[in-house]
Write a protein that binds this ligand. Structure first.
Ligand code: GDP
Length: 484
């Protein structure tokens, strides 16, 4: 948001602060009435009318596909090849995204490609759903030895829904394996309605091996060709718009977030708002740990200077300090109202369910039918969880993934979730609700383990999400009363 000094001429693209607009109205002898609800939030910059004159930006690419088809391996190989080509040659940190140079960079074409490496596992669908809205191109990985699987179809469905905006590249993976039949898989894809280039269609297909690196230069080249056709451009000047990919509390830097910029150039000193978090950009760091002077559209980097921890998936916008303060208090007020409405709805819902149950029981009694006990609301068992994870994206993904576990007899309830190591208050909170602690990719110190033992609180821990899910499932199954 740009503020304009009195007496200065304002052009049509200035957004006026409420104060300035009021002063202006008073200059014309009018009595201004400020609608503070609308005035106290910050909105994304309006889209530029003529996009063709804007600079090209790197395409944002998400790798998707069925579990075990090789997404992680492919991303790891792509990431390490980008390090080898980079100047630092250091160890990359997982920050949620990385960029690789393209072969066209010398000819002035698309110079970089940005890969989102938020885990592509089905359990991370919460994050993926958010990731997809910023994705320009989806690379669908299909393992040559396994073929089309349920999640392959899910991705195709997702891309089809958004096909005028999102490009698709098929990567047939694991071609290093002996005896794999690539042409059979291509025919099967065609039968699914994927118009592959091999058969005269317009969907490019590349044969790769994430394990050996075979075909990866062709994959990068193909992505870059698709991006060039999409003509992906963005304003490098003006207000920032971006998204938080991941966030965590760093011991030295405090709250940090990986910000993917889609408009504007993010530089230190910029005041930002994201959800209920705000801050002034202090340091910008690449995945190689190098300090950067800016983040251009289509790239992501780690940003410090946040007063609170932003949440993965939230939009990041720029504003003047005062405007951000007002927007924050407005957002807090809205969040409070929403929470109150949700509470009220939950109370209403449970009253309605109670009434319905009573009604059914009365009817059953009248007709002399014994009510089946298991349909009583109070009999539904709950496995109460306190979830801790390494970054906010994974915490949300774990919370999202466990929600679906259970049936009408037993289910899961997330009572608390947060980023960071498991601490005393997590254990005590779990004890208070007779629940368990779920720890994803975080450290559990010896004293905390001892505390959990003495308090009789179970801690389910793993760095592998499906193992955690299995343990949660096992916990829920234990709750189901035996059939007598
Ligand atoms: P994801 O679940 O899709 O992320 O799959 P992973 O990357 O974890 O890979 C699943 C398994 O397939 C692992 O055992 C990998 O080593 C193996 N794998 C992945 N890519 C390849 C490949 O190109 N060739 C072969 N032979 N194995 C692969």
């Amino acid at each position: 948001m740009k503020s304009v000094g009195m007496g200065e001429q304002s052009s049509y693209d200035h957004i006026l602060t409420a104060e300035y607009a009021s002063l202006l109205a008073m200059e014309f002898n009018r009595n201004p009435v400020v609608d503070d609800e609308a005035a106290f939030d910050i909105y994304p910059p309006p889209p530029s009318a003529d996009r063709s004159s804007l600079p090209l930006r790197p395409p944002i690419v998400t790798i998707m596909g069925h579990v075990d088809h090789g997404k992680t391996t492919l991303l790891d190989t792509l990431r390490s090849s980008s390090v080898a080509k980079g100047e630092a040659g250091g160890i990359t940190q997982h920050i949620g995204a990385f960029s690789v140079p393209t072969p066209n960079s010398s000819t002035g074409g698309q110079r970089m490609i940005t890969f989102l490496d938020t885990p592509g596992h089905a359990a991370f669908s919460a994050m993926r759903a958010r990731g997809a809205s910023v994705t320009d191109i989806v690379v669908l990985v299909v393992a040559a030895d396994d073929g089309i699987m349920p999640q392959t179809r899910e991705v195709l469905e997702l891309v089809r829904k958004d096909s005028n905006r999102v490009g698709l590249v098929i990567a047939i993976n694991k071609v290093d394996k002996p005896g794999v039949d690539v042409s059979k898989l291509e025919k099967a894809l065609l039968a699914e309605g994927v118009q592959l280039e091999t058969f005269g269609g317009d969907i490019p297909v590349v044969h790769v091996s994430g394990l050996t690196g075979q075909g990866l230069p062709e994959l990068v080249e193909t992505i870059s060709a698709v991006a060039e056709m999409q003509d992906i451009r963005a304003e490098e000047t003006g207000s920032i718009q971006g998204y938080v990919l991941e966030s965590k509390v760093d011991k030295g830097l405090g709250p940090v977030a990986t910000v993917l910029v889609v408009r504007g150039t993010l530089t230190p000193g910029t005041t930002l708002i994201s959800g209920l978090a705000h801050g002034k950009v202090r340091l910008i760091k690449s995945s190689l740990g190098q300090s950067l002077k800016s983040i251009l559209p289509g790239t992501a980097a780690l940003v410090s200077g946040w007063k609170e921890l932003p949440s993965a998936g939230d939009e990041v916008l720029q504003g003047a300090e005062g405007d951000i303060k007002r927007a924050l208090s407005n957002r807090h007020r809205k969040a409070d109202i929403e929470a109150t409405i949700q509470d009220a709805e939950a109370i209403n819902e449970s009253r309605r369910a109670e009434r319905l149950l009573q009604q059914k029981e009365a009817e059953a009694e009248k007709e002399g039918i014994p009510m089946e006990k298991e349909y009583k609301k109070d009999d539904k068992k709950e496995l109460r969880l306190v979830i801790k994870g390494d970054v906010s994206g994974t915490v949300e993904a774990v919370a999202g993934a466990v929600q679906g576990i259970g049936n009408h007899l037993a289910g899961v309830k997330v009572v608390a979730q947060g980023v960071g190591e498991v601490n005393e208050s997590d254990v005590m909170r779990a004890k208070a609700v007779d629940g368990v602690v779920v720890a994803f990719s975080v450290n559990i110190s010896r004293p905390i383990k001892n505390l959990a033992n003495t308090q009789g609180v179970k801690i389910l821990e793993s760095n592998i999400i499906y193992r955690l899910m299995d343990e949660v499932k096992a916990g829920v199954i234990e709750l189901i009363p035996p059939i007598i």
